[in-house]
Design a protein around this ligand. Structure first.
Ligand code: AMP
Length: 398
């Protein structure tokens, strides 16, 4: 079955059409600047050339219409008509406590997702617009919602509660939710598969290090803790996000810089992380590494602080699980930055981690990057959130 995977942002829309038999993508692309001047769609059929077209996209319905047009285009399309698309899988950022698993989309499900809008005001409304647009254009095609938060719903209360008045949890559902769940789930399952071990028997730590970054701890086949919180701002230092900090800093910055709360939040989300630490040099680790190699002290500080924070989270999850068997690196930085992996692993001598320098240089494959006598295994597993969404979708529509 061909499954269309949609990841809808407020002004962008990523898509992939995946053949569930081969699990390969057969076309993929991106719509950008939806609702803004200069909208552009890029489309790549498997084995073909990438095409880019600047064309008006006043809303997401028009973006989806253009995606479907590209997929069915007689010259460069990959399907004859829309009947050849068996199902659509939508990535939904926040499922709150309502969704501990993926689910078939119905009117009730849409309403329940809408009720989570408060928890992800930038993301969930955009995800819902994507669902709405697809339902208009493909009214008879089954659709599935796959939540970023669902994998983490197995966390026990001691891991998800904050040290705040209990009534805030009751009234507003303020708690840790965690994100990147599809990736943490995919990577941890894949690690067990590659190692030929039973998932339930392993203690696994997944470091999803991309522009957004989070760590999770998986024991007895369940996620027991993760670093992102109520929102994706908590935990690790990220590309432009601060990660965890002393909450009193918000008021302090607000007073010193004469900024209101939303302006301070904007700084924490968009001007902080390795970008801010590097003196606004870049949020991209390629730029930071290049600058570090030229002796830039702030780039070095950003990289060191990033790695130190990851190592501290690994340590805390080793404590939470009373050990660890496998540590996995994934996402843009985790998959592509051997230097970052080396610096993090330098903190892990107490786990008997022995890095295999040659394996650590490889790229684009599922690989163990520690030596055979390393007491704890470290792996690189390229994440594939789209495939994970397609699998979840298939399982529910079959
Ligand atoms: P993601 O959010 O998973 O797409 O990751 C994007 C980030 O991965 C970029 O912002 C870069 O910081 C990082 N990245 C991608 N390629 C490389 C590379 N070759 N070396 C270091 N970092 C990389």
């Amino acid at each position: 079955m061909n499954i269309l995977v949609i990841n809808c942002g407020s002004s962008s829309l990523k898509f992939q059409l995946i053949d569930s038999d081969t699990e390969n993508w057969i076309a993929k692309g991106l719509c950008e600047r939806i609702g803004i001047d200069g909208s552009v769609i890029s489309y790549t059929p498997a084995g073909g050339e990438k095409e880019t077209k600047v064309t008006p996209m006043p809303d997401h319905t028009e973006a989806i219409r253009l995606v479907l047009e590209a997929l069915t285009n007689p010259a460069t399309g990959v399907v004859k008509n829309l009947d050849e698309i068996g199902a659509v899988g939508h990535r939904i950022v926040h499922g709150g406590e309502k969704f501990a698993a993926s689910t078939l989309i119905t009117d009730e499900v849409i309403e329940a997702i809408r009720e989570c809008n408060d928890l992800a005001p930038l993301h969930n409304p955009a995800n819902l617009i994507g669902i709405d647009a697809c339902r208009k254009l493909m009214p008879n095609t089954p659709m599935v919602a796959v939540f970023d938060t669902a994998f983490h719903q197995t966390m026990p209360p001691k891991a998800f509660m904050y040290g705040l008045p209990y009534s805030y949890y009751e009234k507003y559902k303020i708690r840790r939710y965690g994100f990147h769940g599809t990736s943490h789930s995919y990577v941890s399952h894949r690690a067990a598969e590659v190692l030929g071990e039973k998932y339930e028997d392993l203690k696994i730590i997944v470091c999803h290090l991309g522009n957004g970054a989070s760590v999770s701890a998986i024991k007895d086949g369940k996620c027991i803790d993760t670093s992102m919180g109520l929102t994706p701002l908590e935990g690790l230092i990220m590309g432009t996000r601060s990660g965890e900090l002393d909450p009193a800093i918000l008021e302090f910055i607000s007073n010193k810089e004469h900024l209101n709360l939303s302006e301070v939040m904007n700084i924490l989300n968009k001007k902080s992380g390795v970008y801010g630490l590097s003196g606004d040099l870049s949020s991209d680790f390629r730029d930071l590494e290049a600058a570090y190699n030229k002796g830039d002290e702030k780039a070095k500080l950003a990289l060191e602080t990033f790695c130190y924070r990851v190592a501290k989270f690994i340590g805390s999850y080793v404590a939470a699980m009373n050990g660890v068997d496998v540590i996995c690196f994934t996402a843009g930085v985790g998959e592509n930055a051997p230097l970052v992996r080396t610096w993090i692993c330098n903190y892990l001598g107490y786990l008997g981690v022995k890095l295999d320098e040659e394996a650590n240089k490889k790229r684009g494959e599922d690989i163990v990057i520690t030596t055979p006598d390393s007491r704890t295994k470290v792996m690189v597993i390229p994440t594939n959130e789209e495939l994970a969404i397609a699998r979840e979708t298939l399982a529910l529509v079959k």
